[in-house]
Design a protein around this ligand. Structure first.
Ligand SMILES: [Mn+2]
Length: 475
């Protein structure tokens, strides 16, 4: 597609999402001031009951077949292993628009405006959704839950108004799994936020994070996330990479200091992604981000939010990224989604692959759980899925997939043969010399002496096919 035509579609996408679309029945049409609907407290999902566990034989799309929140698996309730969260931006701001076409979804409660009244009504829909789904957490970006303003003061005031309502609607049980500042949509962030070449943008981003952290703290949010969608470059010809990375580290140091200053105890999380929207993003993957934190002395202040779709974009499996985070003591949270093997970008789909979910849950179980982190459904309906009930079906399917993964890990542990296969592979290190190697006390002179003594070796099989057979047997 020609660049000009492509840009036109992007422009349409932006404009269509803001203008009033007429001719679609509204649950609550806004009056001219927009205030009447802001206070509207009717039912947004009248045809959807509270979702219940009905077991694997159920054919009810609005029931859990595998997720039974109070059931104990491996010594913990399923709800405590899984800590599911609804992502506000996908579920309530997702329009179905893509670079080639206009939005396809206009939920009945939407009036086509980006007003504070509309933001408040949407927030009521969010909490009815959360209640009916039976989860305890939600995640938000500042600019998705409340409209931006002409000034920072106006944006903060809009946010405060919506946050006050969210606090009231949360009650005592619901809280954010995490909050974040959206530092990628506004044109001011085109060169980055913390890594922008413009000092004014760096300052603006700091102010936005300061406010987002304050409101996350106010709502009892358990984590705060940094996703650097524009923290990267398009070409190194015009970029001082070292200076930008130094700036990003300074930004994170200031965030840590501010967190301590306001007495916020939530975990700070960095979410790696290799590219899209920039050609190269600095938080490429778990190992790159761990090295960044190590270089700047920030280990211990941050953990990672691993997103499965981002993992595959960086050329890894989600399991690889989770294990890399885990063995570095950095596994903080999971953005539970998946990509498509035939599509080369971030499709943010609900995970439905039982094998993938089992591998994900294996890392979580090895980590002893991920609280105060959890599973955020950073996942959206396909553009072609346009019924309100699809929002529920997608989440029920995603939750059941992860729950089934957890049940499979319990079966793998009970069976024990896969763990035994792995132990057996390394049994030569369970020896006097092996212990010296693992303690870092076997020098090359000693190893050469042993090598000469042992002569040519019989190296055993890796038993990959057997490992795969055992793994398949629990799915
Ligand atoms: Mn994604």
């Amino acid at each position: 597609m020609k660049a000009a035509k492509f840009s036109f579609f992007i422009l349409c996408l932006h404009v269509v999402s803001l203008v009033v679309i007429v001719g679609i029945p509204q649950t609550c049409p806004a009056d001219s001031s927009g205030s009447k609907c802001g206070d509207w407290a009717g039912e947004f999902f009248p045809s959807i009951p509270k979702i219940k566990y009905e077991g694997p034989s159920s054919k009810n799309p609005l029931a859990f077949k595998w997720y039974n929140p109070e059931e104990e698996i491996l010594g913990k309730k399923m709800k405590d292993w899984l800590r599911f969260s609804v992502a506000f931006w996908h579920t309530f701001r997702g329009t179905g628009g893509d670079p080639f076409g206009a939005p396809t979804k206009m939920w009945p409660w939407e009036d086509g405006t980006n007003s504070v009244a509309m933001a408040k009504r949407r927030m009521r829909a969010n909490f009815e959704f959360i209640d009916k789904l039976g989860v305890d957490f939600w995640c938000f970006h500042d600019r998705d839950i409340a409209p931006d303003g002409k000034t920072l003061e106006e944006a903060n005031a809009n946010l405060d108004e919506v946050i006050a309502l969210a606090k009231e609607l949360q009650g005592t049980k619901i809280r954010p799994l995490w909050g974040t500042a959206q530092l990628f949509m506004h044109p001011r962030y085109m060169h980055g936020a913390a890594t922008s070449s413009e000092l004014g943008v760096y300052a603006y981003a700091a102010a936005q994070v300061k406010k987002a952290m304050e409101v996350t703290h106010y709502l009892g949010g358990e984590n705060y996330v940094f996703w650097g969608g524009r923290e990267g470059y398009q070409t190194l010809l015009n970029t001082d990479m070292e200076r930008e990375l130094n700036h990003m580290a300074s930004f994170f140091e200031a965030a840590v200091a501010y967190k301590k200053k306001i007495g916020y105890n939530g975990t700070l999380l960095i979410e790696p992604k290799p590219q899209e929207p920039t050609k190269h993003q600095y938080d490429w993957d778990a190992a790159t981000t761990a090295n960044f934190l190590r270089k700047y002395g920030l280990l211990g202040e941050f953990k990672l939010n691993i997103e499965c779709n981002h993992a595959t974009l960086s050329g890894h499996s989600c399991h690889h990224e989770l294990e890399t985070a885990r063995i570095n003591g950095l596994l903080g949270n999971i953005d539970a989604n998946t990509g498509d093997p035939q599509i080369g970008w971030d499709t943010d789909q609900f995970m439905t692959d039982i094998a993938e979910a089992t591998l994900v849950m294996q890392s979580v179980v090895r980590n002893g759980g991920i609280a105060p982190g959890g599973f955020n459904f950073d996942a959206k309906l396909r553009r072609e899925s346009t019924d309100v009930e699809d929002l529920f079906i997608a989440h029920v399917g995603g939750m059941d997939t992860m729950a089934r993964g957890l049940r499979n890990v319990a079966k793998l542990i009970e069976d024990g043969s896969l763990a035994e296969l792995v132990l057996n592979r390394y049994q030569s290190f369970d020896s006097e010399l092996g212990a010296l190697v693992e303690a870092g006390k076997a020098d090359f002179d000693l190893l050469e002496k042993k090598a000469m003594e042992w002569g040519e070796l019989q190296v055993p099989s890796a038993k990959q096919e057997l490992a795969e057979m055992i793994f398949q047997s629990v799915l």
